[in-house]
Write a protein that binds this ligand. Structure first.
Ligand SMILES: [Zn+2]
Length: 202
């Protein structure tokens, strides 16, 4: 478990997309019609915005590398995402995705950390003031390697994490598990309240 006394209040939340913001699909999300937000997820992003916390999307989109969708298709999906998010007064401050396949030698695909580090660099925010919310072991491995607080949500594809036991998640260094993004955001605000009230770390 992370020693939360040493953590600064969260100023940046990195978000995986599929299985966190919208329902995931084994066939990839290839069009705006296939993009369906998970209940409460868009309002949760708006709550982060309202709390003055930056948000950045860090999404593996290997479907592009596989030729299943184009960068233009992805942009169209994100137009819908942006529009539905704006309807609840929410926004994503930075959009990042990795278009490469697992067998490419890129450094952006999670569990590699280039996307996460790029976002923190962009906002000049340190890893100990950053949380990453994801639905897979790969996300948590990336969060831990980048030094962020990892929060695993249970809204992903069931094969990705329901098999993780408490011991395994401890070994992986997964700090928090939340039912969904809404609960993850609640956790983040609670942690911030604690770090505010406890003052400077000992
Ligand atoms: Zn990549």
């Amino acid at each position: 478990m992370t020693d939360d006394c040493t953590r600064k209040p969260t100023r940046l939340v990195l978000l995986d997309r599929d299985g966190v913001v919208n329902s995931d699909s084994s066939d990839y999300i290839k069009s705006p019609e296939e993009w369906h937000p998970i209940a409460g997820s868009l309002a949760a992003i708006a709550a982060l915005n309202a709390a003055g916390i930056y948000t950045a999307l860090c999404s593996n989109q290997a479907g592009i590398g596989r030729g299943l969708l184009s960068a233009r298709d992805l942009a169209a999906i994100h137009v819908r995402f942006r529009r539905e998010l704006a309807d609840v007064n929410g926004r994503i401050d930075l959009w990042r995705y990795c278009p490469h396949t697992p067998d490419s030698a890129c450094t952006c695909r999670k569990p590699d950390t280039a996307m996460l580090k790029d976002c923190m660099q962009e906002f000049q925010i340190s890893p100990n003031a950053t949380a990453f919310v994801g639905d897979s072991v790969k996300d948590m491995q990336a969060a831990i390697a980048a030094g962020c607080l990892g929060i695993l949500v249970r809204t992903g594809k069931s094969d990705q994490h329901t098999a993780i036991s408490e011991n395994e998640s401890r070994e992986l260094g997964i700090t928090w598990v939340a039912d969904d993004l809404a609960q993850a955001v609640e956790l983040i605000s609670r942690l911030n309240l604690q770090s505010d009230s406890s003052g400077t770390p000992p």
